[in-house]
Design a protein around this ligand. Structure first.
Ligand SMILES: NC(=O)c1ccc[n+]([C@@H]2O[C@H](COP(=O)([O-])OP(=O)(O)OC[C@H]3O[C@@H](n4cnc5c(N)ncnc54)[C@H](OP(=O)(O)O)[C@@H]3O)[C@@H](O)[C@H]2O)c1
Length: 276
């Protein structure tokens, strides 16, 4: 199941999604995005996570085309931004994202944040896009349990993915359990806590045993926890480093030690209290 960085989890609709991918938040459109995406695909990555609000979909699309990797072998995710939420405006936003990416379908389209009073209409638009065959899977991001419960009351199609902040300081046990029970694949954003956890003693000590860096230990902990992960880097040596996690296995005790670092601490906004 976790053989290499092309290994996949099967979403509840049968679509395969790689456990591992490249995130491109704060990657500049143009050369930086093109090069990061090309470096990742050259080194075996098969999943790229972007969003309309990252303003780099053109660069991502160009990187995909220039990589020479066939489109059907790449899993591309994008997200509808908050100001575009609502039924018609989401359909338009989807078209605009596809156009910028230069693609004719997406693998996964997510509601970026649960905008109050809007996310149900947004979800109906995602259901339409899915039924029309324009996207292979649909999901949400930054949804707490109560957001999911509310959405599921009216949804025809259950989200296939929930992408949320997740790292050893924010292990989201309740949400993860809920997602698991409902067949919703849990996906981590800011898995490295944006670099803030790389000098942690517990993690580094575990890394020494396997001759792995702290980043590699954390990312291995993600996938062994059943969590899809999409670390961001624009540096090829780190892009390679981050993905070199399929040749060692953390013990149960080591997994527990990392779990115990949880402090329910966020580096991003709380989905119950965001102002963008
Ligand atoms: N849905 C959402 O609301 C949401 C929110 C945030 C993020 N995301 C997604 O999740 C992805 C990942 O999250 P993130 O970008 O916030 O943070 P992250 O992946 O936790 O950390 C990225 C930071 O760590 C550095 N880094 C990466 N690998 C490293 C390594 N091996 N050693 C040392 N430093 C390393 C990167 O710098 P360099 O680039 O200089 O290497 C960058 O500064 C995003 O890119 C985006 O796709 C989604």
């Amino acid at each position: 199941m976790l053989k290499n960085l092309q290994s996949t989890t099967v979403l509840h609709n049968g679509v395969e999604m790689p456990w591992f991918g490249l995130g491109v938040w704060r990657v500049e459109n143009g050369k930086e995005a093109v090069n990061a995406v090309k470096a990742a695909l050259k080194n075996g990555y098969r999943s790229i996570d972007t969003a309309a609000v990252y303003q780099n979909e053109e660069g991502v699309g160009q990187g995909i085309r220039e990589s020479g990797v066939p489109r059907e072998n790449i899993f591309v995710t994008s997200k509808v931004w908050n100001s575009d939420q609502g039924y018609e405006s989401t359909l338009e936003a989807f078209d605009a994202s596809l156009k910028r990416l230069g693609l004719d379908y997406l693998d996964l389209y997510l509601i970026h944040w649960p905008v109050k009073g809007k996310y149900k209409d947004t979800w109906r638009a995602l259901e339409k896009l899915y039924k029309d065959g324009r996207v292979r899977a649909i999901g949400v991001s930054n949804f707490h349990v109560h957001h999911l419960e509310d959405l599921l009351q009216d949804a025809e199609i259950k989200p296939m993915v929930n992408q949320v902040e997740f790292h050893p300081r924010l292990t989201q046990l309740e949400l993860r359990t809920y997602c698991k029970e409902h067949g919703i694949q849990f996906e981590a954003w800011s898995p490295l806590m944006q670099g803030g956890l790389l000098d942690n003693g517990v993690i580094s000590e575990i890394g020494e045993k396997y001759n792995k860096t702290a980043a590699q230990v954390i990312l291995r902990w993600d996938i062994q926890s059943g969590v899809v992960t999409i670390p961001k880097s624009i540096k090829e040596h780190r892009i390679i480093e981050n993905s070199d996690i399929f040749n060692f296995e953390l013990t149960y005790e080591e997994m527990e030690k990392i779990d115990a670092l949880n402090e329910d601490k966020r580096v991003g906004a709380d989905p119950d209290n965001f102002n963008f």
